[in-house]
Write a protein that binds this ligand. Structure first.
Ligand SMILES: [Fe+2]
Ligand SMILES: [Fe+2]
Length: 211
């Protein structure tokens, strides 16, 4: 993952698009390779977060202006009271629809659905455990003003994103071809959960963990 304080050289090795974008901004790689990514962008008159979004091809997540104005306590409350419960509820709902659909359409597409459902269950297990850890340990410590090591959570975020990438691939970008209402509903709910999860992880990695 790209970090503010890594050198431009390390950032380019991490993601080759960094070089292309820096050149577009008029930067000369040889002169800035050993500078920190953040300083190099500043000297090129570019906003760090905007640059990351461009390079990582992230869509603009909704309602971020409000989140960026929140304090650490407010962000943690927002995540614990709104984001975590909503995402778990959506995951549960998707699980339920899957079970019904596999049974109902077993002959026609039971196997296809099963492969996707397996990934969904891995996501569900990961989220239940990850959210519990955040709520019981890291976030509690952060609220108590302790210094918190976020390494573990960062690794789990990467794993979660990997699982969503897989889900996205298997469902062809959440466009499983179907007339059945349950499958259409699954497309919609999984697409929403994917977007929500990427936004949630962005808020934690890029805002909360850096406070
Ligand atoms: Fe979280
Ligand atoms: Fe998290």
């Amino acid at each position: 993952m790209l970090e503010r304080n890594m050198t431009v050289e390390a950032a380019v090795m991490e993601n080759p698009k960094v070089l292309k974008e820096i050149q577009k901004l008029g930067g000369e790689y040889d002169f800035i390779a050993m500078e920190s990514l953040e300083d190099a962008l500043k000297s090129l008159g570019e906003d760090y977060d905007l640059f990351i979004k461009k390079v990582e091809g992230q869509a603009d997540f909704k309602d971020m202006d409000r989140v960026r104005k929140m304090s650490k306590e407010e962000i943690i409350n927002y995540i614990v009271e709104e984001i975590h419960p909503q995402e778990l509820a959506t995951t549960e709902k998707i699980d339920e629809i899957f079970r019904g659909a596999i049974k109902k359409y077993y002959r026609e597409r039971g196997e296809q659905l099963f492969v996707i459902y397996e990934v969904l269950l891995l996501i569900k297990a990961e989220l239940v455990s990850h959210f519990s850890s955040e709520e019981e340990f890291e976030f509690k410590d952060a609220l108590a003003g302790k210094k918190v090591d976020f390494e573990n959570l960062l690794a789990e975020h990467e794993k979660t994103i990997g699982l969503f990438d897989r889900l996205k691939y298997l469902t062809r970008d959440y466009k499983m071809n179907a007339e059945e209402p349950e499958i259409k509903e699954l497309n919609k709910l999984m697409g929403e959960l994917d977007e929500d999860m990427r936004r949630h992880i962005y808020i934690e990695n890029e805002i909360l963990f850096k406070m």
